[in-house]
Design a protein around this ligand. Structure first.
Ligand SMILES: C[S@@+](CC[C@H](N)C(=O)[O-])C[C@H]1O[C@@H](n2cnc3c(N)ncnc32)[C@H](O)[C@@H]1O
Length: 196
């Protein structure tokens, strides 16, 4: 192999390597088999927390704590397979689930269809930290303590006084909950957006 050929092959390998490491061109893998759409903003965004579903007994306790009924609009931020939104819809509420992982959104839609509540729910692919949540009367969370704290200013800014927030297992820093409920070895926290 001549010197010129070696130099050409080396520069080609560097360009190809960069294209792979930036996930350039088509849909990108984040290395753990989670596939993202090819738009630059979403290809760069990884979930802040992995999918761990809330057990049914805890879902029931969360919706009961928030007194969810037919007049409610329930938002689950980081909705996973949609189980909380589907359970809320079975109580007559309208539900919206937001998740950054397209696989979760696909599962949630299928679960809503199987439960026969697809007419009362909406599942949206997106970042919960950028979502418009103003219409919610109940917000449900199963994230992490640090994510709850990061989210708090957005909850305070967008939600109307009286909106209930329920969190599975994680508190919200120095914001004292109205209620703390033990269920099935887990903890459910309830807060209410105060009057301004
Ligand atoms: C612990 S799971 C909870 C799932 C569901 N809420 C439940 O309780 O069964 C957290 C979910 O949040 C999603 N998630 C993580 N970061 C996110 C973000 N920035 N925006 C939207 N969803 C996110 C994950 O994909 C995952 O499905």
């Amino acid at each position: 192999m001549t010197r010129g050929t070696r130099a050409f092959l080396l520069s080609w390998a560097i360009v190809a390597g960069l294209a792979c490491s930036t996930g350039a061109s088509t849909g990108a893998s984040n290395g753990d088999d989670t596939q993202f759409p090819a738009t630059p903003s979403q290809a760069e965004r990884r979930p802040d927390v992995i999918f761990v579903p809330t057990r049914e007994a805890v879902v029931e306790a969360m919706l009961k704590a928030a007194k969810v009924g037919p007049n409610d609009v329930v938002y689950d931020l980081g909705c996973g397979d949609g189980r909380i939104v589907v359970a809320a819809a079975k109580l007559g509420a309208r539900g919206v689930g937001i998740d950054i992982d397209p696989q979760r959104i696909a599962e949630a839609k299928e679960n809503a269809r199987a439960a026969g509540v697809e007419g009362r729910v909406d599942f949206r692919l997106g970042d919960l930290f950028e979502a418009d949540i103003r219409e919610a009367s109940v917000v449900t969370l199963y994230l992490l303590p640090s994510l709850n704290v990061k989210l708090k200013p957005r909850l305070m800014e967008q939600l109307r006084p009286g909106t209930r927030i329920v969190s599975h297992d994680f508190d919200m820093g120095d914001w004292q909950p109205d209620e703390t409920i033990a269920v099935d070895g887990k903890t459910v926290y309830l807060w209410t957006i105060p009057k301004r």
